[in-house]
Design a protein around this ligand. Structure first.
Ligand code: ATP
Ligand code: MG
Length: 603
């Protein structure tokens, strides 16, 4: 018996890393701690790559204290639900001195594509995780195990634990029974192993039509768990596979493939969502038999289930996301309104915000709906200490300082500055100018100010933030009653940061951009894509819940420095919220900013 593994001394240190000082415990952490304290994981070997029992017999002890995996099917783009799984699996590996594998679960040839593989790699890396550990890449493809899986299938047949069933799919369905009635044995269930072996070889050789027969595990047709009523483990499918080409015309079923993938990769904790709970008995049945038959090494992986992430106001099913993209309801997989990782990124979400969100929602065994305010809260908390500040006027109206020439001089502009970040003086200052014409927000002026309105109205004084105090004298209104220009006087000697600044007390401070160096920008204001918290609840067609006003584009004026912003850089537009230079469309010729989120939850 190998020595009991010591408690990981780095555990507490690693808990303090990343952006949380204390990681809340959860049932998975407790299971892992118990496993590491006890003998459950003792005797594990790893050959530097996945391996069967024979390859592992010679292998050294596994240096990874645990192994987890993130196993996406490369049939679409990853979304926020996957992000939860990524943070969970890679996070547990990081915190317990383990390794997390990126496994492309590509056993379903028709729907999969290499392009998705690249997008998946990008998304995982962008989230800040890596499957390359100590120079070894732990990126694996389930299709690399097809040979082993076929061998495992033959071993099960020989052992009388699997048979080729030639019932029609309809007969098979009818004979499966129901929740209240046991199933009925197939007439092929008792056929001799030799006959099944021959048939299976013929299936493999392409001699039988799709749907004409399947290989089934022989478990228990009377089991109350329908998943144990002789599940199909191999089917005929004449399909081209994105990696194995036309080599195979039989493909393993998920229930058969997934446990084997875990076992070959020496996964210790195979974490999946709750809908797989009923599959766990077969997971254990299969791996137990394959280990007994000498094909797989012990200790075997164990499956644990957690509640999937359900987020209000979005859909996360890949099929529904694809429909939104392909039918043109959004601009693409990276549309900033989508909960795809590519969309969230383009919206201005940071990897840190998503990791923080994943930590905050935690993991549990019971399904719950998480409000989108939780995601936005994590986003603000991550952006606040980081995002550079800037001024932008999103709904501009012109303000004219009618005494400018008299007070400041004709043709003179006043140099102003403001901190890049109020809590980080070391990040320096941003520079812009004040002149006789200034853009201000339309709603910072009122001809008939409601009670408690402290911004601009005739006779009232406010401060132009980082600039001077001004006093409103009037406004020009067009035939429709719309204000086209506001007039004001600059109050001399009141500039921010000068001795006179405090001489005049004002209640209101407004943001602005001077016409002399304002830069025009498109600002995209995103709302929720759906008006219903659960767009697809109760079998409703989720398209009927689409919000027709989920995107507004404004022509705004922004601070001059923003024209140089690199795509993907986040800013806090003072008083407005967080914005990001669009990854696709932003350029010096036409700056484009996406609103990531408002300053507070006000939707
Ligand atoms: P979809 O239903 O959107 O197609 P999927 O579950 O079929 O998603 P996979 O590629 O099979 O997508 O998922 C890879 C991993 O991500 C799985 O381990 C799965 O459990 C996990 N995962 C997928 N969706 C969620 C979610 N909403 N919450 C948590 N984990 C998820
Ligand atoms: Mg799936």
């Amino acid at each position: 018996m190998p020595a009991k593994q010591a408690r990981n001394p780095f555990h507490d240190i690693m808990q303090a890393s990343d952006n949380l000082t204390v990681r809340p415990s959860n049932f998975l952490r407790q299971i892992i701690e118990t496993d590491l304290d006890g003998d459950a994981l003792a005797g594990r070997r790893f050959a530097g790559r996945p391996g069967d029992a024979r390859e592992l017999a010679e292998a050294p002890p596994d240096v990874a204290r645990i192994r987890t995996r993130f196993p996406p099917e490369p049939n679409g783009f990853l979304h926020i639900g996957h992000a939860k799984s990524i943070c969970l699996n890679f996070g547990l590996a990081r915190d317990f001195g383990g390794v997390c594998h990126l496994r492309l679960d590509d056993t379903n040839p028709e729907k999969e594509d290499e392009a998705y593989v690249d997008a998946i790699r990008d998304a995982v890396r962008w989230l800040g995780f890596d499957w390359v550990v100590d120079g070894i890449s732990h990126e694996y493809f389930a299709s690399d195990y097809f040979d082993f899986m076929e061998r495992a299938a033959r071993a099960l047949i020989e052992a009388g634990l699997a048979y080729v069933d030639e019932q029609s799919p309809e007969q098979m369905r009818a004979n499966r029974g129901t929740l209240t009635e046991p199933g009925v044995d197939s007439p092929w269930r008792a056929r001799p192993p030799a006959e099944s072996l021959t048939r299976f070889a013929q299936m493999r050789a392409g001699e039988h039509a799709e749907g004409s027969m399947v290989l089934r595990a022989k478990v228990d047709m009377a089991s109350p768990n329908i998943n144990l009523r002789d599940p199909a483990i191999y089917r005929i499918k004449f399909a081209h596979h994105h990696r194995t080409g036309d080599r195979w015309c039989i493909y393993p079923m998920y229930t058969f493939a997934h446990p084997i993938e875990d076992a070959l990769e020496r996964i210790t904790h195979s974490i999946c969502t709750l809908e797989f709970e009923d599959q766990r008995p077969f997971y254990d049945w299969l791996l137990g038999h394959l280990a007994d038959l000498g094909l797989l090494a012990r200790p075997l992986p164990r499956q644990y289930e957690f509640a999937r992430l359900n987020l209000n106001y979005v859909v996360t099913s890949k099929r529904k996301l694809a429909q939104l993209v392909h039918e043109g309801f959004v601009s693409g997989w990276d549309d900033p309104r989508l909960p795809t990782i590519a969309g969230l990124r383009r919206r201005g979400f940071t990897p840190g915000a998503i990791r923080l969100f994943a930590e905050r929602i935690g993991v549990s065994k019971s399904d719950a709906w998480i409000d989108d305010s939780v995601l936005e809260g994590a986003l603000r908390d991550d952006l606040e200490p980081m995002a550079a500040r800037a001024m932008a006027v999103l709904d501009p109206v012109r303000l004219v300082l009618t005494n400018w020439d008299a007070v400041m001089g004709a043709g003179v502009f006043d140099a102003c500055h403001a901190p890049v970040h109020p809590h980080h003086p070391e990040r320096g200052q941003r520079h812009f100018r004040l002149g006789p014409e200034v853009w201000i927000e339309r709603d910072d002026f009122s001809l008939q100010p409601p009670k408690g309105f402290f911004r601009l109205f005739p006779g009232h004084r406010v401060r132009l933030k980082y600039g001077h105090v001004i006093e409103c004298t009037g406004a020009t209104v067009d035939a429709q009653g719309r204000v086209t220009e506001v007039q004001a006087l600059l109050v001399p000697d009141t500039k921010s940061g000068t001795p006179g600044a405090d001489a005049v007390k004002v209640k209101g401070v407004i943001t602005w951009v001077a016409a002399v160096d304002a830069v025009a920008a498109d600002v995209r204001i995103y709302g929720r894509l759906f008006n219903e918290a659960q767009p697809d609840a109760g079998g409703r067609d989720f398209l009927t819940a689409l919000n027709p006003d989920s995107l507004r584009t404004l022509r705004a004026w922004v601070e001059p420095a923003l024209a140089q912003a690199r795509p993907g850089t986040s800013f806090q537009f003072e008083r407005h919220g967080y914005f990001v230079a669009d990854l696709r469309d932003h350029g010096v010729a036409m700056p484009v900013f996406n609103r990531t989120t408002a300053l507070r939850d006000g939707r």
